[in-house]
Design a binder for this molecule. Structure first.
Ligand code: ASP
Length: 452
């Protein structure tokens, strides 16, 4: 039996029409028997996502303020979606009363309380959707993540699936053979039975875990964009849609600027080489972007140009640095001790730079880093720079291809873009240029025009 896990994001469940549309999509492929839902996002006449309304209710409850308003807004949202689809007040009320119960529970542990309430968006949506499917002749079953065994770490708001979750969830295959399984995204249960959510956008991760667990033929992720483009549409006019790329290429692209899928969602499917297909629920004619483990025949050498701003660099110069043992270790340990992660570390003979996401730094942290450099490394010179952008040429076809760097550097030079740094790992999947943030758009266009 072909089995597809189909995850529908917030925009795809935002109105009665969209819910009906999901049923149409399901009817087009009999394999779509494992459905993962987000909470309703922004939609016609609804400017706030249900998840954000729930967070607002939690914050008010924790501050001992009245939360009746956001609570009523959530109830209203679900009634407006499922009421016109024929779910009566009784059926709706029964599910929605669960919200009050969650908000009335103990808030002694704010993280636990937050997750319990916030997870209600996905949970209620899935219960109501399963009920609706049964009314339109599709045999469906809401699956409770606790009973199904989606176990997670007790990191509230940023839980991770436990290794045994996939094995626990394998039994879902049997459920899918008998009915369409409707599974709420975004949360699981700790060993103590507490609800814990993933980080924002985490329903993508739920879909990926289920795809791994049931050995899905494909993991479909339905949103409101056509897929992954070969450059960001805000940077380049009408960039080409990428029809297929590899997991690794997608990671390289998402690292700077392409956040189409939750970062952690690739890992579970990658383990079993299950293809991910990104689809646009508003444009079902379009086959979207397929993400696979190995390059497909006919795939372009270079699949995309990614970019992102907001980086900074610390550059140290020290005579005979290359002979000083442990220099690199001491340098990087300074960042580790300050709980800072670094992105790149290009070096010369007597100089080395560390590039970081500058969003992590406060002014006082910068001073502490500089002080630690002086104490532990005694550099001859130290230079800091902020407002750096990274532009990356990505494609597994870069491997062993001669002249790509020359072409890229030539295009940047013609466009008058100064290259501050070049970084190409020996895996040769991407080539990253550090440039002035003001040149980002110019650089992306120059590279896009050269390679596409
Ligand atoms: N509803 C959650 C959020 O808005 C999770 C998700 O949709 O994936 O982040």
């Amino acid at each position: 039996m072909r089995l597809v896990v189909s995850k529908f994001g917030g925009s795809s469940v935002a109105s009665s029409e969209k819910i009906k549309h999901i049923v149409e999509i399901m009817r087009l492929d009999a394999g779509r028997r494992c459905i993962v839902l987000s909470a309703p996002g922004k939609g016609p006449g609804a400017g706030v996502k249900v998840t954000d309304l729930l967070i607002e209710a939690v914050n008010r409850a924790l501050n001992r303020q009245g939360y009746a308003e956001p609570l009523a807004a959530v109830r209203e949202r679900f009634s407006a979606i499922y009421g016109p689809l024929g779910l009566g007040a009784g059926a709706l009320g029964e599910v929605l009363d669960d919200l009050d119960a969650r908000l009335n529970s103990s808030a002694n542990h704010p993280g636990k309380f937050r997750d319990l309430v916030v997870a209600a968006g996905e949970d209620i949506n899935s219960r109501l959707f399963a009920a609706y499917l049964n009314t339109v002749g599709v045999k469906a079953k809401y699956v409770n993540p606790k009973e199904a065994g989606l176990t997670v770490t007790p990191i509230f708001g940023d839980a991770q699936p436990l290794p045994e979750a996939a094995a626990n969830l394998a039994a879902l295959k049997g459920v899918c053979a008998d009915a369409v399984a409707v599974f709420p995204g975004f949360f699981g249960y700790t060993a103590d039975g507490e609800t814990a959510t993933f980080s924002r956008g985490g329903s993508d991760l739920t879909g990926a875990i289920l795809a791994e667990a049931v050995d899905a033929d494909e993991y479909e992720n339905w949103t409101d964009v056509d897929g992954i483009f070969s450059a960001h549409p805000l940077m380049v006019d009408s960039p080409k849609l990428i029809s297929a790329l590899t997991y690794k290429e997608m990671r390289e692209l998402s690292y700077i600027g392409f956040n189409v899928l939750h970062e952690e969602a690739v890992r579970p499917v990658m383990r079993k080489k299950i293809p991910i297909r990104l689809r646009n629920a508003n444009n079902i004619e379009n086959k979207g972007t397929l993400i696979v483990s190995e390059r497909l025949p006919g795939e372009r050498d270079i699949v995309g140009i990614a970019s992102g701003g907001g980086y900074c660099s610390f550059t140290l110069q020290k005579f005979l640095m290359n002979r000083e043992k442990g220099f690199g270790r001491r340098l990087l340990s300074i960042f580790e001790e300050m709980n800072l992660s670094y992105e790149h570390c290009p070096s010369g003979v007597d100089n080395i730079s560390v590039i970081l996401d500058q969003g992590q730094l406060k002014p006082e942290t910068v001073n502490s880093v500089i002080r630690a450099f002086d104490e532990k490394l005694a550099p001859d010179e130290l230079k800091t720079e902020f407002g750096i952008a990274m532009v990356s040429v990505v494609g597994e076809g870069l491997t062993h291809k001669i002249g790509v760097l020359a072409t890229a550097a030539g295009a940047l030079s013609k466009a008058g873009v100064n290259i501050k740094m070049v970084n190409q790992g020996s895996s040769e999947i991407s080539m990253i240029f550090g440039i002035d943030a003001a040149d980002e758009k110019k650089a992306v266009n120059a590279l896009y025009n050269e390679f596409f």
